[in-house]
Design a protein around this ligand. Structure first.
Ligand code: GLU
Length: 482
């Protein structure tokens, strides 16, 4: 059978970047082997699942470019599939109804705890008469029969008491669990909903999943799931548990280490291809190579090079990669992407030559689209705001004659082009015996408010002659009044 992987998020919050990394691995694995990638929303936990989270997860998947071939399926719409499998297990005596009440179970759990033990269901209802027969056994009084039919019950899987359960993990090798550690766990709750382990298995079976690639926080569930496969007589898929992502202090990545939601990275001005590249490299490697196009990832990704040890999230490296992608993407595309960030700052912008020039002039320095919008400020604002240090140092009476000559010369230019601007600057430098920086820095402060910007002629070219003259005049009046 050709490869079929799935990503199965629980919609109880935003798509965590750890989840995104799992999705990337599943997607890459399916694409590498020319298989199918299935998206499944695990929303059986009715109290914690929200429509908002589902929408956010789908949005993040689309943004990352992780297209799915089937789905998104929703577990909440598949209850009858789980139900029919529960029935099958009841009929074959591999599962049984449990009438123990939550209070009873709680009391037993507490008792075990007080003795310093972990509570495991002792099988009280295991041998009850209704185990293998949907109809209560003959000979029951009518009163007892109706009592049983009306009582709420959970369904438990009958699990082996001895032996071991072996997981052959494609990343971690053989992991052996002692059957004693696993009690007769619930597969269907009293409300008729399947438990997580049961729904996952039934879905993976009925969706013909060949490879279950997921976070290693699910390792402890795997032996339980294997027991369900066995009880139903289904072949198990291959398992691959991917290590966690840790923060720089080697604890599980959490909000303390910075943003953990995938879409937060979009808001912070990251490009999806940079994030995919970065996350793919977290736990997977291909020699020393750091930069991969998506096509290259698909070509090179296999589970052979996925490591066992947890990967540490390094925000600086992600930032570096993002800067690289920003520099290498066509300026027009960056321009399109930067528009919402500029609009957020209240500027009205359109995708035109001017915006593309702005992108070209700033892209060497910008590491995120947010940086871009920040740095591009002075191209859009009406009134330049001077930085404290910059105005003190450069908007001085010494600059006045330079500004005045410049206004004259720029006004009388026929063509406002970069070579003409250069010619004018050279004239001023020669006439006054100055170095270029002595002219360029005050002009830079007058035009941008600060001392760092792209080349001064580029800035002038983008601003246009009227704006340049207007801003230099404003600097003149600032100097005269201070
Ligand atoms: N729904 C589970 C989660 O979000 C994943 C289950 C699985 O991959 O088997 O953690």
């Amino acid at each position: 059978m050709s490869v079929r992987t799935r990503f199965a998020p629980s919609p109880t919050g935003a798509l965590h970047i750890g989840g995104a990394r799992t999705a990337i691995f599943d997607w890459l694995f399916a694409r590498h082997y020319g298989g199918k990638f299935i998206l499944r929303i695990e929303d059986t936990d009715q109290t914690r699942s929200t429509e908002e989270s589902i929408a956010e997860i789908l949005d993040a998947m689309i943004w990352l470019g992780l297209d799915w071939d089937e789905g998104p399926f929703r577990q909440s719409e598949r209850l009858s599939v789980y139900q029919s499998h529960v029935e099958k297990l009841l009929e074959t005596g591999k599962a049984y109804r449990c009438y123990c009440t939550p209070e009873e179970l709680e009391a037993r759990r507490k008792k075990a705890q007080s003795q310093g033990k972990v509570y495991r269901y002792e099988g009280k209802c295991r041998n009850s008469f209704d185990r293998a027969c949907p109809e209560p056994a003959e000979g029951l009084t009518t009163g007892l029969k109706s009592h049983l039919e009306n009582s709420s019950f959970a369904v438990r899987l009958m699990t082996p008491e001895i032996g071991s359960i072996v997981v052959e993990d494609l990343i971690r090798g053989t992991i052996t669990f002692d059957a004693k550690e696993i009690d007769d766990f619930i597969i269907q709750k009293t409300d008729g909903f399947p438990t997580y382990n049961f729904a996952v298995v039934i879905d993976d079976v009925t969706m013909n999943i060949t490879h279950v690639i997921r976070g290693d926080d699910h390792i402890a569930n795997t032996p339980k799931q294997i027991l369900i496969y066995e009880a139903l007589g289904y072949e198990t898929p291959k398992f691959a548990h991917v290590s966690m992502i840790l923060g720089s202090d080697k604890t599980k990545l959490s909000k303390r280490h910075g943003a953990t939601s995938t879409v937060a990275y979009r808001e912070m001005g990251y490009l999806p291809e940079a994030l995919v590249n970065y996350l793919a490299r977290l736990g997977w490697s291909y020699g020393d190579q750091e930069v991969f196009s998506k096509e290259e990832l698909v070509e090179k990704f296999t589970l052979d090079n996925v490591g066992k040890s947890p990967a540490v999230f390094n925000p600086e490296k992600l930032l570096w990669l993002n800067g690289l992608y920003i520099r290498n993407k066509p300026a027009e595309e960056i321009a399109k992407l930067v528009i919402p960030f500029l609009e957020k700052k209240g500027f009205q912008v359109t995708l035109d030559e001017r915006l593309i020039k702005i992108v070209e002039s700033l892209r060497e320095r910008a590491k995120t689209l947010v940086d871009f919008a920040e740095a591009a400020d002075y191209f859009f604002i009406e009134e330049v705001k001077y930085e404290e240090g910059a105005k003190k140092k450069f908007l001085t009476p010494e600059a006045l004659p330079i500004f005045e000559t410049l206004i004259d010369k720029l006004s009388s230019l026929n063509d406002f082009t970069i070579p003409e601007m250069q010619r004018i600057f050279n004239e001023i430098i020669e006439e006054r015996g100055l170095k270029l920086v002595k002219v360029a820095q005050p002009v830079r402060v007058a035009l941008t408010g600060g001392t760092v910007s792209p080349g001064i002629f580029e800035v002038m070219d983008i601003l246009g002659r009227d704006k340049v003259i207007e801003r230099i005049k404003k600097a003149v009046s600032y100097i005269s009044n201070n």
